[in-house]
Design a protein. Sequence first.
Length: 511
Amino acid sequence: MGLATMLSRLLGMVREMVYASFMGDGPVASAFKVAFMVPNLFRRLLGEGALTAAFIPIFKEKEKNAGEKEMWRSANAVICGLLIATIGLSVLAVVGIGIALAKYPFVWKTYLMLKLLQIMFPYVILVCLAAVLMAMLNARGHFFVPAMGATLLNVVMIATVLFWAPGFGPTIASQIFALAFGVLIAGMAQAAFQVPTLRKEGFRFEWVTPWHDPTVREVLKKMAPGTLGVAAFQINVLVTQGVALQIDDSINASFDYAVRLMELPQGVFGISLATYLLPTLSGLAVEKKFKEFCATYRQGFNYLLFVNLLASALLVVLAEPIVRLLFERGAFDGASTERAAFALAWLAPGLAAFSAVNITARAFYALGDTKTPMHISIASLALNLVIALWFVGPFRQGGLAAANTISACGNLALLMYGLRRALRGLEARLLLAPALSMAGAAIVAAAVAWGVLSVWQSRIGHDALWSKLGEVFVPMTVASLCYWAVAKWQKIPAADEAWGLIRTKLLRRKD
């Protein structure tokens, strides 16, 4: 699954590179990114966030206690309810935006954002459907194929920029509409990609009236707290991004490029691990194997920190070289690089916290508790909103990034406290001691990366492509080796277990 997610995230990075070269980080880019953000927020609200978190444990319980026939019937009821909700929401949004555009004289960048949003909003239907189909496959033990669905989505979006956009007019402001239609096509492809594997599992779609269905009622009851939490997140993002759009045309685009860079390590390992853990922990919770539940969560948490603390250190130190290598071409110039790197340097310290929040919240979901993560999420979002509005004026995109990092750390601290109260077998010392050791190793790695980078920049520079590659990968490689050596010296369990796994695989290949 990590391999499939890595391919998807790498293609997602290629997509962002193509986007950056095509539209830079100016007003058109910010309008597109804000418009695309809105259906993605509803995806979290109705798709892969609150709904799947509530649905997977119920789906697993139906599989164990009611049999496959009732399991598939319940899944169809949930899908039918989701289709009714998302289609109705999309119709209201498209018609409402059309009325607003006809009635009010918006400034140009707001008008462009709303026109793009009007086209892309039906993506909500497709991406929510894809998320539920993916959740069903995950619950049935399929992880590779669903993860590859996002790869197909990125391929379609890249092709849209390269082959379709030039035919939409002579300017970026007209060509950007090709990207909006490409989002819809990509959503269709991602949803359709899940269907053949589900059919092999025995799933057949049939209309099941969701009104008064007991499974739908149970899912709605469990997802209500999570929905409130995601709704708070939606309001938070819309307010901060809306304010940022008025302050500076480049803030939203620069911040989004930084987010995409951080999502590469987060998605490859953090999201993959979280996606795997929800059905796994749900199964252990159903069987009341809480000792194994704690051990599985603890091992996943340590693996996650081991990978993401190193990634965080490298992203902070190498922010500008990484942005320069990946994005600086076409409409994305040196000033764009400085803006995106500034955001990334403030966002990257929270990488481990962002990923740990995902797996810790899923531990609550597996236990059937969606209220505690919701309450903590709302408190963290309130903190994020206050800090973001305070920092965005003086620090621009760096202010948005710092607010996200601070609130993510607070969110994780509160979730860990709540989980320890729910699971007495989750010993804090078994989590804290390795975390402190790994943090020390990450600090050493950051210092090494900074030293090697300074030498490279003073003696070689970054004028040619090979020197830009070396500016990123030479410090990264040396620092990573030092991190691994320090972790082995400290006998960090995650390092020893990872090394044992690699050694076992190599020995098998030799045999």
